[in-house]
Design a protein. Structure first.
Length: 285
């Protein structure tokens, strides 16, 4: 199935030569052809994710953090991929986010034998509690939103959980990667503007950067993705973030799926070029 994406990567390589100054625009004829392969991955990972990931909880005061954890079979220091799911994964069962929505592939792919054979890594897939969000964003339909003074409780919990995991496992602190789509994309933006020095790189799909925060991200390797016809999160969210970070002196990448809907995260997560870019990044590198 992985071979299906090779032509996609070759074509996009030509589009991305001047990535720091121009967005990549991917036509429907390119990405729609990938749909059968994506469907196969979705089915396979929805079946395999629950057994591949360990179900864990962590207590923080009167709150319970529910998350799934994958650890590679090695004692050497390895990268960590943190995957923030979208709103369909919310709940208190520590399961829904692994079998439905954008984190089926978003979290599951990194733990497959194929990926682990090439690049062993830890994978953290937390579940946002029902009735909460990763951010305090009031409306996803607004093209601009402010940064709240404090992170949402669900994100604050994750910040503390990450410190626990760093103390307990041989995670390479210079290779922590944060990715997310939709509600998870907003979570990525919120976390990286609050603590940009924590991560080696980030991928934000169909999310939005808090207003006035571009300067904090000028040094963080960042790849932004959005569908042009997203009917849930305005594409202008990502376009604005790209423009503003460029103007602040950063070098973000931006890919827009022409005529693409809200659900473009699988095209992103299964793109070998994106995967290779992500794992090539190192904090301070």
């Amino acid at each position: 199935m992985r071979c299906l994406f090779l032509s996609f990567v070759i074509l996009l390589a030509a589009m991305a030569r001047n990535f720091a100054a121009e967005p990549e625009i991917v036509p429907p004829s390119v990405y729609i052809a990938l749909d059968p392969g994506i469907a196969a991955w979705q089915e396979r990972l929805a079946r395999g994710n629950p057994d591949r990931f360990e179900a864990r909880t962590s207590a923080r005061g009167d709150r319970t953090i529910r998350y799934r954890w994958f650890a590679p079979d090695t004692e050497a220091r390895m990268p960590l991929v943190i995957v923030l799911h979208g709103s369909s994964g919310k709940g208190n069962d520590n399961l829904t986010h692994l079998i439905t929505g954008n984190s089926v592939i978003g979290a599951g792919y990194w733990a497959t034998p194929e990926w682990q054979a090439d690049q062993p890594c830890f994978v953290l897939a937390p579940q946002c509690p029902g009735g909460e969000m990763w951010t305090r964003t009031a409306s996803w339909t607004s093209p601009v939103h402010p940064l709240s003074p404090e992170p949402a409780p669900a994100l604050s919990d994750l910040m503390h959980l990450l410190e626990e995991l760093l103390a307990a496992h041989p995670i390479d602190p210079d290779r922590i990667y944060l990715i997310g789509a939709s509600m998870g994309g907003y979570g990525v933006w919120d976390w990286i503007v609050r603590d940009p020095g924590r991560f080696a790189a980030a991928i934000a799909v169909c999310g939005g950067m808090p207003k006035g925060q571009a300067g904090t991200l000028r040094d963080l390797p960042l790849w932004i993705f959005h569908g042009e016809n997203d009917g849930i999160v305005p594409v202008e969210e990502s376009r604005r973030a790209f423009r503003e970070i460029l103007a602040a002196g950063g070098r973000p990448r931006y890919r827009e799926y022409q005529e693409g809907p809200h659900s473009v995260s699988s095209y992103t997560y299964l793109d070998a070029g994106v995967e290779e870019w992500l794992f090539a990044q190192r904090r301070g590198g």
